[in-house]
Design a protein around this ligand. Structure first.
Ligand code: ATP
Ligand code: MG
Length: 440
Protein backbone atom coordinates (compact mmCIF):
# COMPACT_ATOMS: atom_id res chain seq x y z
CA UNK A 1 0.00 0.00 0.00
CA UNK A 2 1.23 3.47 -0.86
CA UNK A 3 0.63 6.08 1.77
CA UNK A 4 1.94 9.42 2.77
CA UNK A 5 1.50 10.42 6.40
CA UNK A 6 2.10 14.14 6.95
CA UNK A 7 5.04 15.10 9.14
CA UNK A 8 2.76 16.51 11.85
CA UNK A 9 0.85 13.26 12.32
CA UNK A 10 4.10 11.29 12.17
CA UNK A 11 5.62 13.47 14.92
CA UNK A 12 2.61 12.99 17.14
CA UNK A 13 2.58 9.20 16.72
CA UNK A 14 6.31 9.06 17.44
CA UNK A 15 6.06 11.29 20.51
CA UNK A 16 3.29 9.16 22.02
CA UNK A 17 4.86 5.80 21.27
CA UNK A 18 8.25 7.16 22.39
CA UNK A 19 6.66 7.95 25.75
CA UNK A 20 5.50 4.33 26.03
CA UNK A 21 1.87 4.74 24.93
CA UNK A 22 0.04 3.11 22.04
CA UNK A 23 -0.97 5.49 19.24
CA UNK A 24 -2.64 4.90 15.89
CA UNK A 25 -4.15 6.76 13.01
CA UNK A 26 -7.85 5.93 13.02
CA UNK A 27 -11.20 6.57 11.36
CA UNK A 28 -11.71 8.56 8.18
CA UNK A 29 -8.03 9.02 7.34
CA UNK A 30 -7.26 5.29 7.41
CA UNK A 31 -10.40 4.55 5.42
CA UNK A 32 -9.49 7.16 2.81
CA UNK A 33 -5.90 5.92 2.51
CA UNK A 34 -7.26 2.43 1.87
CA UNK A 35 -9.66 3.83 -0.73
CA UNK A 36 -6.76 5.56 -2.43
CA UNK A 37 -8.03 9.03 -1.58
CA UNK A 38 -6.04 11.79 0.14
CA UNK A 39 -7.45 12.22 3.69
CA UNK A 40 -8.68 15.69 4.64
CA UNK A 41 -7.85 15.30 8.32
CA UNK A 42 -5.79 12.97 10.46
CA UNK A 43 -7.28 11.63 13.67
CA UNK A 44 -5.16 9.81 16.20
CA UNK A 45 -6.23 7.53 19.02
CA UNK A 46 -4.04 6.62 21.95
CA UNK A 47 -3.86 4.65 25.17
CA UNK A 48 -2.57 7.80 26.91
CA UNK A 49 -5.07 9.53 29.19
CA UNK A 50 -5.83 13.15 28.26
CA UNK A 51 -3.53 14.57 30.96
CA UNK A 52 -0.77 12.21 29.81
CA UNK A 53 -1.25 13.36 26.23
CA UNK A 54 -1.01 16.96 27.38
CA UNK A 55 2.17 16.07 29.21
CA UNK A 56 3.67 14.67 26.00
CA UNK A 57 2.99 17.95 24.17
CA UNK A 58 3.82 20.39 26.97
CA UNK A 59 5.02 23.68 25.55
CA UNK A 60 3.32 23.11 22.20
CA UNK A 61 0.14 24.68 20.91
CA UNK A 62 -2.77 22.71 22.34
CA UNK A 63 -6.53 23.25 22.15
CA UNK A 64 -8.56 21.71 24.96
CA UNK A 65 -12.10 22.11 23.64
CA UNK A 66 -12.75 18.37 23.38
CA UNK A 67 -11.24 17.51 26.72
CA UNK A 68 -14.51 16.28 28.23
CA UNK A 69 -14.65 13.58 25.54
CA UNK A 70 -10.97 12.77 25.82
CA UNK A 71 -9.81 14.81 22.83
CA UNK A 72 -6.77 17.08 22.80
CA UNK A 73 -6.04 19.02 19.64
CA UNK A 74 -2.39 19.67 18.86
CA UNK A 75 -1.36 22.21 16.23
CA UNK A 76 1.55 21.22 14.02
CA UNK A 77 2.59 23.38 11.12
CA UNK A 78 -0.70 25.24 11.47
CA UNK A 79 -2.70 22.01 11.06
CA UNK A 80 -4.89 20.74 13.90
CA UNK A 81 -4.56 17.08 14.86
CA UNK A 82 -7.13 15.52 17.17
CA UNK A 83 -5.74 13.02 19.64
CA UNK A 84 -8.41 11.02 21.45
CA UNK A 85 -7.93 8.65 24.35
CA UNK A 86 -9.31 5.15 23.76
CA UNK A 87 -12.88 5.35 24.97
CA UNK A 88 -16.25 3.70 24.90
CA UNK A 89 -19.52 5.50 25.20
CA UNK A 90 -22.13 5.21 27.89
CA UNK A 91 -25.78 4.63 27.02
CA UNK A 92 -27.51 7.13 24.75
CA UNK A 93 -30.67 7.99 26.64
CA UNK A 94 -31.73 10.48 23.96
CA UNK A 95 -30.15 9.21 20.69
CA UNK A 96 -28.25 12.48 20.63
CA UNK A 97 -25.09 12.11 22.60
CA UNK A 98 -23.76 9.54 25.00
CA UNK A 99 -24.61 10.19 28.63
CA UNK A 100 -20.92 9.87 29.40
CA UNK A 101 -17.72 8.56 27.88
CA UNK A 102 -15.47 6.09 29.59
CA UNK A 103 -11.77 5.78 28.96
CA UNK A 104 -10.62 2.24 28.26
CA UNK A 105 -7.27 0.60 27.81
CA UNK A 106 -7.84 -1.46 24.67
CA UNK A 107 -7.81 -0.26 21.10
CA UNK A 108 -10.41 -2.92 20.20
CA UNK A 109 -12.92 -1.43 22.63
CA UNK A 110 -12.40 1.98 21.06
CA UNK A 111 -12.85 0.63 17.54
CA UNK A 112 -16.05 -1.15 18.62
CA UNK A 113 -17.82 2.15 19.43
CA UNK A 114 -17.32 3.44 15.89
CA UNK A 115 -20.16 3.48 13.39
CA UNK A 116 -19.15 1.46 10.33
CA UNK A 117 -16.52 -1.20 9.76
CA UNK A 118 -14.69 0.98 7.22
CA UNK A 119 -14.36 3.66 9.93
CA UNK A 120 -13.14 1.22 12.59
CA UNK A 121 -9.64 0.47 11.32
CA UNK A 122 -6.44 1.65 13.04
CA UNK A 123 -3.00 1.99 11.45
CA UNK A 124 0.38 2.45 13.07
CA UNK A 125 3.37 4.41 11.82
CA UNK A 126 4.64 1.49 9.76
CA UNK A 127 1.30 1.09 8.03
CA UNK A 128 0.32 -2.03 9.97
CA UNK A 129 -3.43 -2.32 10.34
CA UNK A 130 -5.66 -3.33 13.27
CA UNK A 131 -8.95 -4.34 11.76
CA UNK A 132 -11.06 -6.46 14.12
CA UNK A 133 -14.32 -5.86 12.19
CA UNK A 134 -12.98 -6.67 8.72
CA UNK A 135 -13.35 -3.12 7.46
CA UNK A 136 -10.59 -3.63 4.89
CA UNK A 137 -12.64 -6.30 3.20
CA UNK A 138 -15.74 -4.11 3.27
CA UNK A 139 -13.80 -1.24 1.69
CA UNK A 140 -12.50 -3.62 -0.95
CA UNK A 141 -16.05 -4.71 -1.72
CA UNK A 142 -17.55 -1.26 -1.33
CA UNK A 143 -19.84 -2.12 1.56
CA UNK A 144 -21.21 0.03 4.39
CA UNK A 145 -21.78 -2.22 7.40
CA UNK A 146 -22.46 -1.34 11.03
CA UNK A 147 -19.99 -2.38 13.68
CA UNK A 148 -22.12 -4.65 15.86
CA UNK A 149 -25.88 -5.01 15.78
CA UNK A 150 -27.26 -2.43 13.32
CA UNK A 151 -30.61 -1.69 14.96
CA UNK A 152 -29.09 -0.87 18.34
CA UNK A 153 -26.29 1.17 16.78
CA UNK A 154 -28.84 3.35 14.95
CA UNK A 155 -30.98 3.63 18.07
CA UNK A 156 -27.95 4.80 20.04
CA UNK A 157 -27.29 7.63 17.64
CA UNK A 158 -29.75 8.55 14.90
CA UNK A 159 -27.18 10.59 13.02
CA UNK A 160 -25.61 7.32 11.89
CA UNK A 161 -28.62 6.83 9.58
CA UNK A 162 -27.66 10.01 7.73
CA UNK A 163 -23.96 9.18 7.81
CA UNK A 164 -24.62 5.81 6.18
CA UNK A 165 -26.61 7.43 3.38
CA UNK A 166 -24.05 10.21 2.93
CA UNK A 167 -21.19 7.69 2.62
CA UNK A 168 -23.34 5.72 0.17
CA UNK A 169 -24.01 8.79 -1.97
CA UNK A 170 -20.41 9.99 -1.95
CA UNK A 171 -18.50 6.70 -2.24
CA UNK A 172 -21.06 4.72 -4.23
CA UNK A 173 -20.81 1.91 -1.68
CA UNK A 174 -23.72 -0.46 -1.15
CA UNK A 175 -25.36 -0.56 2.26
CA UNK A 176 -25.16 -4.11 3.59
CA UNK A 177 -28.56 -5.78 3.84
CA UNK A 178 -29.04 -5.94 7.62
CA UNK A 179 -27.68 -2.42 7.97
CA UNK A 180 -30.10 -1.21 5.27
CA UNK A 181 -33.05 -2.96 6.88
CA UNK A 182 -32.20 -1.43 10.26
CA UNK A 183 -32.05 2.02 8.66
CA UNK A 184 -35.60 1.66 7.33
CA UNK A 185 -36.97 0.12 10.50
CA UNK A 186 -35.40 2.65 12.85
CA UNK A 187 -35.86 5.79 10.81
CA UNK A 188 -37.84 7.47 13.59
CA UNK A 189 -34.55 7.89 15.51
CA UNK A 190 -33.99 10.87 13.21
CA UNK A 191 -36.66 12.74 15.16
CA UNK A 192 -34.14 13.00 18.01
CA UNK A 193 -31.30 14.36 15.90
CA UNK A 194 -30.62 18.12 15.80
CA UNK A 195 -31.69 19.77 12.54
CA UNK A 196 -28.22 21.24 11.94
CA UNK A 197 -26.61 17.81 12.06
CA UNK A 198 -29.15 16.34 9.62
CA UNK A 199 -28.60 19.32 7.35
CA UNK A 200 -24.82 18.86 7.35
CA UNK A 201 -25.09 15.22 6.28
CA UNK A 202 -27.82 16.02 3.74
CA UNK A 203 -25.59 18.64 2.11
CA UNK A 204 -22.76 16.13 1.74
CA UNK A 205 -25.16 13.51 0.43
CA UNK A 206 -26.76 15.73 -2.21
CA UNK A 207 -23.50 16.64 -3.89
CA UNK A 208 -22.42 12.98 -3.93
CA UNK A 209 -22.00 11.35 -7.31
CA UNK A 210 -24.34 8.52 -6.33
CA UNK A 211 -27.10 10.65 -4.81
CA UNK A 212 -29.71 9.15 -7.15
CA UNK A 213 -29.16 5.61 -5.90
CA UNK A 214 -29.70 6.75 -2.32
CA UNK A 215 -32.80 8.85 -3.08
CA UNK A 216 -34.28 5.89 -4.93
CA UNK A 217 -33.62 3.37 -2.17
CA UNK A 218 -34.40 5.53 0.90
CA UNK A 219 -37.33 7.89 0.20
CA UNK A 220 -38.70 7.01 3.65
CA UNK A 221 -35.65 8.52 5.33
CA UNK A 222 -36.02 11.83 3.50
CA UNK A 223 -39.73 11.89 4.31
CA UNK A 224 -38.85 11.30 7.97
CA UNK A 225 -37.11 14.65 8.34
CA UNK A 226 -39.03 16.40 5.54
CA UNK A 227 -42.62 15.09 5.74
CA UNK A 228 -43.67 17.40 2.89
CA UNK A 229 -41.77 15.09 0.53
CA UNK A 230 -44.28 12.29 1.24
CA UNK A 231 -46.93 13.29 -1.33
CA UNK A 232 -44.23 13.88 -3.97
CA UNK A 233 -42.81 10.39 -3.44
CA UNK A 234 -46.21 8.87 -4.25
CA UNK A 235 -47.22 11.38 -6.96
CA UNK A 236 -48.32 9.95 -10.30
CA UNK A 237 -48.25 12.22 -13.34
CA UNK A 238 -50.39 11.38 -16.37
CA UNK A 239 -49.10 13.99 -18.72
CA UNK A 240 -47.31 13.90 -22.10
CA UNK A 241 -44.30 15.75 -20.63
CA UNK A 242 -43.66 13.09 -18.06
CA UNK A 243 -42.88 9.44 -18.36
CA UNK A 244 -42.08 9.12 -14.67
CA UNK A 245 -43.83 9.72 -11.37
CA UNK A 246 -42.96 12.69 -9.20
CA UNK A 247 -40.17 11.02 -7.23
CA UNK A 248 -38.38 9.36 -10.14
CA UNK A 249 -38.56 12.61 -12.10
CA UNK A 250 -37.14 14.45 -9.08
CA UNK A 251 -34.30 11.95 -8.76
CA UNK A 252 -33.40 12.23 -12.43
CA UNK A 253 -33.44 16.01 -12.21
CA UNK A 254 -31.16 15.92 -9.14
CA UNK A 255 -28.76 13.57 -10.94
CA UNK A 256 -28.74 15.77 -14.03
CA UNK A 257 -27.78 18.91 -12.09
CA UNK A 258 -24.12 19.84 -11.54
CA UNK A 259 -22.85 18.81 -8.09
CA UNK A 260 -23.48 22.20 -6.48
CA UNK A 261 -25.52 22.35 -3.31
CA UNK A 262 -27.93 25.09 -4.39
CA UNK A 263 -28.70 23.35 -7.69
CA UNK A 264 -29.11 19.90 -6.16
CA UNK A 265 -31.35 21.25 -3.37
CA UNK A 266 -33.43 23.13 -5.92
CA UNK A 267 -33.92 20.03 -8.03
CA UNK A 268 -34.89 17.99 -4.96
CA UNK A 269 -37.55 20.58 -4.10
CA UNK A 270 -38.52 22.02 -7.49
CA UNK A 271 -41.76 20.05 -7.83
CA UNK A 272 -42.64 19.92 -4.14
CA UNK A 273 -45.73 22.05 -4.87
CA UNK A 274 -47.14 19.61 -7.43
CA UNK A 275 -49.20 17.26 -5.24
CA UNK A 276 -51.22 20.15 -3.78
CA UNK A 277 -51.79 21.66 -7.25
CA UNK A 278 -52.78 18.53 -9.12
CA UNK A 279 -55.94 18.50 -11.23
CA UNK A 280 -57.07 16.00 -13.90
CA UNK A 281 -58.90 17.17 -17.01
CA UNK A 282 -61.69 15.39 -18.95
CA UNK A 283 -59.06 13.58 -21.06
CA UNK A 284 -57.42 12.14 -18.01
CA UNK A 285 -54.39 14.42 -18.30
CA UNK A 286 -52.93 15.79 -15.07
CA UNK A 287 -52.12 19.46 -14.66
CA UNK A 288 -50.22 21.23 -11.91
CA UNK A 289 -51.21 24.87 -12.30
CA UNK A 290 -49.49 27.17 -9.83
CA UNK A 291 -47.08 24.54 -8.52
CA UNK A 292 -43.93 26.71 -8.70
CA UNK A 293 -45.38 29.35 -6.37
CA UNK A 294 -46.84 26.73 -4.03
CA UNK A 295 -43.51 24.90 -4.12
CA UNK A 296 -41.58 28.05 -3.24
CA UNK A 297 -43.67 28.40 -0.09
CA UNK A 298 -43.13 24.79 0.93
CA UNK A 299 -39.41 24.92 0.12
CA UNK A 300 -39.10 27.98 2.32
CA UNK A 301 -40.64 26.14 5.27
CA UNK A 302 -38.58 23.00 4.71
CA UNK A 303 -35.29 24.86 4.46
CA UNK A 304 -36.12 26.85 7.58
CA UNK A 305 -36.94 23.65 9.45
CA UNK A 306 -33.46 22.27 8.74
CA UNK A 307 -31.90 25.64 9.63
CA UNK A 308 -30.32 26.36 6.28
CA UNK A 309 -28.55 29.74 6.11
CA UNK A 310 -30.54 32.65 4.63
CA UNK A 311 -28.47 32.92 1.48
CA UNK A 312 -28.91 29.29 0.49
CA UNK A 313 -32.58 29.31 1.46
CA UNK A 314 -33.45 32.49 -0.42
CA UNK A 315 -31.66 31.39 -3.55
CA UNK A 316 -33.26 27.93 -3.63
CA UNK A 317 -36.71 29.44 -3.03
CA UNK A 318 -36.18 31.90 -5.91
CA UNK A 319 -35.12 29.10 -8.23
CA UNK A 320 -38.05 26.85 -7.26
CA UNK A 321 -40.42 29.77 -7.81
CA UNK A 322 -39.13 30.46 -11.31
CA UNK A 323 -38.19 26.98 -12.49
CA UNK A 324 -41.12 26.79 -14.89
CA UNK A 325 -41.08 30.30 -16.44
CA UNK A 326 -41.17 30.51 -20.20
CA UNK A 327 -38.06 32.11 -21.64
CA UNK A 328 -38.58 33.14 -25.27
CA UNK A 329 -35.25 33.44 -27.01
CA UNK A 330 -34.97 37.22 -27.33
CA UNK A 331 -32.22 39.53 -26.12
CA UNK A 332 -34.67 41.78 -24.31
CA UNK A 333 -36.10 38.82 -22.42
CA UNK A 334 -32.62 37.81 -21.34
CA UNK A 335 -31.77 41.36 -20.24
CA UNK A 336 -35.03 41.60 -18.28
CA UNK A 337 -34.32 38.36 -16.39
CA UNK A 338 -30.70 39.32 -15.83
CA UNK A 339 -32.00 42.49 -14.23
CA UNK A 340 -34.64 40.69 -12.21
CA UNK A 341 -32.54 37.86 -10.77
CA UNK A 342 -28.98 39.06 -11.22
CA UNK A 343 -26.54 37.15 -13.47
CA UNK A 344 -25.56 34.46 -10.93
CA UNK A 345 -29.13 33.40 -10.18
CA UNK A 346 -30.15 33.65 -13.83
CA UNK A 347 -27.41 31.26 -14.94
CA UNK A 348 -28.43 28.95 -12.09
CA UNK A 349 -32.01 29.13 -13.35
CA UNK A 350 -30.84 27.99 -16.78
CA UNK A 351 -29.03 25.05 -15.14
CA UNK A 352 -32.19 24.23 -13.18
CA UNK A 353 -34.33 24.28 -16.32
CA UNK A 354 -31.83 22.09 -18.09
CA UNK A 355 -31.76 19.52 -15.27
CA UNK A 356 -35.56 19.60 -15.10
CA UNK A 357 -35.76 18.96 -18.85
CA UNK A 358 -33.37 16.06 -18.63
CA UNK A 359 -35.71 14.41 -16.12
CA UNK A 360 -38.67 14.54 -18.49
CA UNK A 361 -39.89 12.52 -21.46
CA UNK A 362 -36.93 12.58 -23.78
CA UNK A 363 -38.18 13.11 -27.33
CA UNK A 364 -40.26 16.05 -26.23
CA UNK A 365 -37.59 18.10 -24.52
CA UNK A 366 -34.75 18.03 -27.03
CA UNK A 367 -35.81 21.31 -28.63
CA UNK A 368 -36.24 22.93 -25.26
CA UNK A 369 -32.76 21.89 -24.18
CA UNK A 370 -31.25 23.25 -27.40
CA UNK A 371 -33.08 26.51 -26.77
CA UNK A 372 -31.65 26.72 -23.28
CA UNK A 373 -28.16 26.39 -24.71
CA UNK A 374 -28.83 29.27 -27.05
CA UNK A 375 -30.26 31.30 -24.24
CA UNK A 376 -27.15 30.70 -22.14
CA UNK A 377 -24.92 31.75 -25.03
CA UNK A 378 -26.95 34.91 -25.50
CA UNK A 379 -26.83 35.75 -21.80
CA UNK A 380 -23.08 35.19 -21.68
CA UNK A 381 -22.68 37.52 -24.64
CA UNK A 382 -24.82 40.23 -23.01
CA UNK A 383 -22.81 40.02 -19.80
CA UNK A 384 -19.46 39.89 -21.61
CA UNK A 385 -20.35 42.92 -23.73
CA UNK A 386 -21.27 44.85 -20.60
CA UNK A 387 -24.74 45.55 -22.00
CA UNK A 388 -27.05 47.44 -19.71
CA UNK A 389 -29.64 45.36 -17.88
CA UNK A 390 -29.63 46.94 -14.40
CA UNK A 391 -30.16 50.47 -13.02
CA UNK A 392 -26.54 50.73 -11.99
CA UNK A 393 -25.49 50.31 -15.64
CA UNK A 394 -27.85 53.00 -16.93
CA UNK A 395 -26.07 55.95 -18.57
CA UNK A 396 -28.09 58.43 -16.48
CA UNK A 397 -28.73 58.49 -12.75
CA UNK A 398 -31.06 60.06 -10.19
CA UNK A 399 -29.26 63.41 -10.27
CA UNK A 400 -29.79 63.70 -14.04
CA UNK A 401 -33.47 62.96 -13.58
CA UNK A 402 -33.79 65.64 -10.89
CA UNK A 403 -31.83 68.11 -13.02
CA UNK A 404 -34.34 67.49 -15.79
CA UNK A 405 -37.09 68.76 -13.50
CA UNK A 406 -38.45 65.70 -11.71
CA UNK A 407 -38.97 66.49 -8.02
CA UNK A 408 -36.86 64.40 -5.63
CA UNK A 409 -38.74 61.42 -4.17
CA UNK A 410 -40.22 58.15 -5.39
CA UNK A 411 -40.97 59.66 -8.80
CA UNK A 412 -37.21 59.65 -9.53
CA UNK A 413 -37.07 55.87 -9.14
CA UNK A 414 -40.12 55.40 -11.33
CA UNK A 415 -38.61 57.52 -14.11
CA UNK A 416 -35.30 55.63 -13.91
CA UNK A 417 -37.11 52.28 -14.14
CA UNK A 418 -39.01 53.53 -17.15
CA UNK A 419 -35.76 54.57 -18.83
CA UNK A 420 -34.19 51.19 -18.00
CA UNK A 421 -37.16 49.43 -19.53
CA UNK A 422 -36.66 51.44 -22.74
CA UNK A 423 -33.01 50.38 -22.84
CA UNK A 424 -33.63 46.74 -21.91
CA UNK A 425 -36.29 46.34 -24.58
CA UNK A 426 -34.00 47.93 -27.17
CA UNK A 427 -36.12 51.04 -27.86
CA UNK A 428 -33.40 53.48 -26.77
CA UNK A 429 -29.63 52.94 -26.74
CA UNK A 430 -27.96 53.20 -23.34
CA UNK A 431 -26.47 56.61 -24.16
CA UNK A 432 -26.63 59.69 -22.01
CA UNK A 433 -27.79 62.08 -24.71
CA UNK A 434 -30.49 59.79 -26.00
CA UNK A 435 -31.79 59.21 -22.49
CA UNK A 436 -31.69 62.90 -21.56
CA UNK A 437 -33.57 63.69 -24.75
CA UNK A 438 -36.18 61.21 -23.81
CA UNK A 439 -36.42 62.80 -20.34
CA UNK A 440 -37.10 66.18 -21.90
P1 ATP B 1 -15.30 12.36 6.93
O1 ATP B 1 -14.56 12.00 5.72
O2 ATP B 1 -16.67 12.88 6.66
O3 ATP B 1 -14.54 13.22 7.89
P2 ATP B 1 -15.11 10.50 9.05
O4 ATP B 1 -15.42 9.04 9.11
O5 ATP B 1 -13.72 10.91 9.32
O6 ATP B 1 -15.59 10.97 7.63
P3 ATP B 1 -15.77 12.13 11.27
O7 ATP B 1 -17.06 12.77 11.64
O8 ATP B 1 -14.58 12.96 11.03
O9 ATP B 1 -16.09 11.24 10.01
O10 ATP B 1 -15.49 11.07 12.43
C1 ATP B 1 -14.25 10.44 12.63
C2 ATP B 1 -14.47 9.01 13.10
O11 ATP B 1 -15.22 9.01 14.32
C3 ATP B 1 -15.26 8.15 12.15
O12 ATP B 1 -14.44 7.59 11.15
C4 ATP B 1 -15.83 7.10 13.07
O13 ATP B 1 -14.86 6.14 13.40
C5 ATP B 1 -16.13 7.91 14.31
N1 ATP B 1 -17.50 8.47 14.31
C6 ATP B 1 -17.89 9.69 13.85
N2 ATP B 1 -19.20 9.89 14.02
C7 ATP B 1 -19.67 8.77 14.61
C8 ATP B 1 -20.96 8.36 15.08
N3 ATP B 1 -22.01 9.15 14.93
N4 ATP B 1 -21.05 7.14 15.64
C9 ATP B 1 -19.97 6.35 15.78
N5 ATP B 1 -18.75 6.66 15.38
C10 ATP B 1 -18.58 7.85 14.80
MG1 MG C 1 -13.05 12.96 9.48
Amino acid sequence: MRFEIPAGARDILQTLTGAGFEAFLVGGCVRDLLRGVVPHDWDICTSARPEETEGCFAGQRIIETGLKHGTITVLKGGEPYEITTYRTEGPYSDSRRPDFVQFVSSLEADLARRDFTMNAIAMDLEGRLRDPFCGVEDIRNGVIRCVGEPASRFREDGLRVMRALRFGAVFGYAVEEKTAQAIHENRSVLDQVAAERIKAELCGLLVGQHVGTILRAYPDIFVQFWPSLGPLVSLEQHNPWHCWGGWEHTIRAVEAAPAELVLRLTMLLHDIGKPACKSTDENGIDHFYGHPAAGAGLAEEMLRALKFDNRTRERVVTLVEHHDVQLPLRAQVVRRWLNRLGPEAFFQLLAVKQADGMGQAHGLVKDRLAQLDEMRAKAEEIVAQGQCFALKDLAVNGRDVIAAGVSPGPEVGRVLSMLLEQVVSGVTPNEREALLNMLR
